[in-house]
Ligand binder design. Structure first.
Ligand code: ZN
Length: 301
């Protein structure tokens, strides 16, 4: 750890002894890759995979580089965010063929999709799907997740045996998650992702992450967690997460750049960097089998 600079390793006072840091040992780290998203276009970075063959290939390369969970959106021919069920089906089939044990996670995110469309592909039974447990402002829009809709989506995931990844864009969503567990709409152990650095939502500040993790561990002790930093915060959040014992997310959905001056070459390039960092922090990169065990998912078919 001697090579780490102060900004990466400075611990503030939020983490109590026996909570987050006691887990920050050598637990394998699950690397998630968010390959496409709903925002970046080819004009932002030509490496963003848009067509289904591009998405399958990009996932395969990222898997070879160490990613064991892939977070998926689909697009239409004009690169717009889509909800097309048959695209999700074809994509899932292609990925299963080339990366049989990778954990497949569909996005139920909002941009350009109606409430009804957002859960309409869950009967395809991906391993996981994203579930935001509240509403929040995004840079120019409201990310709308009214209570009834959240409950319906959670119930649909239960019905199809799809494990949610809870997306925490704002602090209240953490406490709504606890309510959903108490109402029987979420099964434990839950898996939570803290999203940091979306303009108008939670900023990427380490103290916030430490507070969120400490609250999660107090309220839902069996939960697993990861964090995603958006844009220029991506790598910084990876450092914090590795050090605090969480899992990591990277990929072109959240950040199309390699550094300030260069575009990332591929999703795999971003995954390779995180895999290398895991070594630096004494965290083995989780295999797909380990990732499934850590998240209490069924073994690959
Ligand atoms: Zn997404």
């Amino acid at each position: 750890m001697g090579t780490l600079d102060a900004s990466r390793s400075g611990i503030t006072g939020f983490i109590e002894k026996g909570s987050a840091m006691s887990h920050a040992t050598n637990q394998p780290c699950i690397i998630s890759v968010a390959i496409t998203g709903s925002v970046p276009r080819k004009k932002d970075n030509p490496a963003v995979p848009i067509s289904i063959p591009e998405q399958v290939e990009s996932t395969h390369e990222a898997y070879e580089a160490g990613a064991t969970l892939v977070h998926l959106h689909v697009r239409d021919e004009e690169e717009r965010s889509s909800s097309d069920r048959s695209s999700f089906a074809t994509l899932q089939e292609g990925i299963r063929k080339h990366c049989p044990d990778i954990i497949i996670q569909f996005s139920t995110g909002g941009r350009g999709r109606s409430f009804e469309q957002r859960g309409a592909m869950l009967d395809l039974r991906p391993d996981m799907a994203s579930l935001a447990t509240g509403s929040v402002n995004f840079p120019t829009t409201v990310y709308e997740n009214p209570p009834d809709f959240v409950r319906t989506l959670a119930q649909t995931m239960l019905d199809h045996d799809v494990k949610p990844e809870i997306e925490i864009f704002d602090l209240a969503m953490l406490y709504s998650t606890v309510d959903l567990v108490q109402q029987g709409l979420l099964k434990e152990p839950v898996h939570v992702q803290f999203v940091m650095g979306v303009k108008n939502a939670l900023p990427a500040r380490r103290e916030i992450l430490e507070f969120e993790v400490a609250q999660l561990q107090r309220l839902l002790p069996s939960a697993t967690w990861t964090a995603a930093g958006i844009g220029r915060h991506q790598l910084e959040v990876n450092y914090w997460t590795l050090e605090m014992g969480g899992h990591c997310r990277t990929g072109l959905e959240d950040n199309v750049r390699w550094d300030k001056d260069t575009l990332a070459k591929s999703n795999a390039q971003l995954v390779e960097r995180v895999a290398k960092l895991c070594g630096e922090y004494g965290r083995p990169v989780a295999t797909a089998k380990q990732a499934r065990e850590l998240l209490a998912l069924k073994p690959a078919a």
